[in-house]
Design a protein around this ligand. Structure first.
Ligand code: PBG
Length: 331
């Protein structure tokens, strides 16, 4: 290390925690996190979800308590998913349009008991169809686009009427954002936001979620004619561009952790807010690795969320929202 030129030593700025904190480019705050909550029917129910360790289906009364607790550690955004009874599922998923269905009831009750909470409701048919697809099937067994969009816009309207703050179409049909926006506006819900799953890959990381909503009761399900092919990246920009033109308020990129390149590219090309969804399989992998002793769950979860934000996400949907928020309050 002897030279006449001074040596730049990057290690100087890693010397202590104060310097590191001053230089850190990314912070995680509970206010940027969104917690998914699975709702089931009944009273006083707390049912563990297969392959999603530490995550539960809650009846509405229990969900209210959980949400109150989550707010006490700074989480205020909740994404609701229904786990409906199998006798309510049908080929066309018509229960989705019942204005008194489980999710509409959940929205009404939660909003009436907790005034400042922000609820995000999922718009898609998979929890309601007996085949588990996100839409209505045609004769060839594929999901019909335009017929499904019709249903989705009515589903979104029901959720808005129930009190949802943000509707989140996760179905990947073409043209649904515009139609949902029109339906909402026509009915006086121009202030309900649309958080569109613009970029949703046909990932193999959704398994535990499908257990949670029961969309895989007939075995593995192939959604690759509507969810995106993970061998393509530029298509993500086309999808976002369409949703921007159709008036989406913010876009979701999903999964997040394996798709950081897509998040970064989207960040560089668009101005609107980007939400990363750390999906059930990502969370489960960390949980199982931690329970085998291979990693420290809290630290790896934290690192994974920092990576998603560093790539350019403004906010993150994660099953670990509560765990991180608890960690941050202890600091
Ligand atoms: C379906 C939907 C899925 C997820 C959110 N909404 C799964 C799917 O496409 O089958 C996955 C979320 C996760 O894995 O955490 N509309």
């Amino acid at each position: 290390m002897t030279s006449n030129n001074p040596i730049y030593r990057p290690r100087r700025s890693r010397k202590n925690i104060q310097i590191k904190n001053m230089l850190s480019e990314v912070v995680i705050d509970a206010s940027n996190l969104i917690l998914p909550v699975f709702i089931c029917s009944g009273y006083n129910i707390r049912r563990e979800i297969k392959n999603l360790p530490g995550q539960f289906q809650f009846s509405i009364d229990v969900a209210v308590e959980k949400i109150k607790y989550a707010q006490s550690v700074g989480i205020n955004f909740f994404m609701l998913f229904p786990s409906i009874d199998s006798n309510l599922k049908s080929c066309d998923g018509k229960e989705a349009l019942n204005s008194e269905n489980l999710i509409c009831e959940a929205i009404k009750v939660i909003k009436s008991k907790i005034s400042d909470v922000i609820l995000i409701s999922d718009v898609a048919l998979d929890p309601y169809t007996d085949h588990g697809h996100d839409g209505v099937l045609g004769n060839d067994g594929d999901v019909l686009n335009d017929q499904t969009v019709e249903v989705l816009s009515k589903q979104a309207l029901n959720q808005a009427k129930a009190g949802s703050d943000i509707v989140a179409p996760s179905d990947m049909m073409d043209g649904r954002v515009a139609q949902i926006r029109n339906e909402l506006d026509k009915n006086g819900f121009e202030n309900v936001l649309i958080m569109s799953y613009s970029v949703k890959y046909a990932s193999h990381l959704y398994g535990p979620f499908r257990n949670a909503v029961g969309s895989n009761s007939h075995g593995p399900i192939d959604k690759s004619t509507y969810q995106m092919d993970f061998k393509r990246s530029r298509e993500a920009l086309i999808e976002i561009d369409l949703d921007v033109k159709e008036s989406a308020d913010m876009v979701i990129i999903k999964p997040a952790g394996f798709y950081l390149d897509i998040i970064k590219e989207a960040r560089q090309n668009f101005k609107l807010p980007i939400i990363g969804y750390q999906v059930s399989g990502e969370y489960a992998m960390m949980k199982y690795a931690a329970s085998a002793g291979a990693i420290d769950f809290d630290r790896v979860l934290f690192e994974s969320l920092i990576a998603i934000k560093r790539a350019g996400a403004d906010a993150i949907i994660t099953y670990g929202a509560l765990e991180i928020a608890e960690m941050l309050t202890k600091k």
